[in-house]
Design a protein around this ligand. Sequence first.
Ligand code: ATR
Length: 275
Amino acid sequence: MTRRAAITGYPVSHSRSPLIHNHWLALHGIDGSYERIAVAPDEAHCFYESLGDQGLVGCNVTVPNKEVAAEVCATLDEAARAMGAVNLLWVEGDGRVHGANTDGFGFLGNLDQMAPGWDNDLREAVVLGAGGAARAIVWALLSRGVKTVTIVNRTRSKAEELCARFGADSKVADWGEVADLLGSAGLLVNTTSLGMQGQPPLEIDLSALPVSALVTDAVYAPLETPLLAAARARGNPVVDGLGMLLHQAVPSFERWFGVRPQVTEDLRNLLLADL
Ligand code: ATR
């Protein structure tokens, strides 16, 4: 019987996840499907609770349902528990729904592939933004043993909330302090929407940033954001954000279809053609 999975959220029409999973399904000759299902917030709890009854082996969850979907799960993996949010659900034989969060895994998998050794001796990271992407990335960095993660956000209170969630090893700074903070940073991550197609660029003074520091962006459209272009021009190593999207899909595919897929150049090119 065809194993059905889906991306769920509201809206889901923009999601590129079907491209990724359908590529892997074809590549591995698996009898499966991956579709888009719009799940409005007022029907979300009911939908996720009865996931098995929808004929799905599982689903991905995107904005704005990541928190409500976590509430219906019989178990959550460590990342989902720490973040209070899921992006992966699956149904087990007894009909119970289980959840995980693979966004942090996606962030780490991207850097591990594109900049091997990036975390050797990494002591300080600066994360710009305090939304959903930042939540996953701060968790990922702390779980990798980065000593200090400084969160900087336009709305300081949101950075403080995020910091409180993860405790002692993260701290908060004001947007106006970024240029000074960069002097001791080994990694700079943009998680804000600045630099995305149709948004203003992210303009920060990089002059204090060591040229050895890695710069990465959760924004992947365009692939080379103004931040990455500025960092590259002064000699910093840079990693674009497309790989985070690709790598976060790996554990989902493996969970539903039983094969661990690879993030290849072919897959990147497929996504690039769609940006
Ligand atoms: P995501 O799930 O992609 O993280 P989000 O949760 O909507 O998206 O978070 C968007 C982030 O971009 C937030 O940190 C937001 O800052 P605020 O918390 O102050 O809103 C940041 N952001 C969006 N537009 C911005 C702008 N013009 N200047 C600075 N930060 C901005």
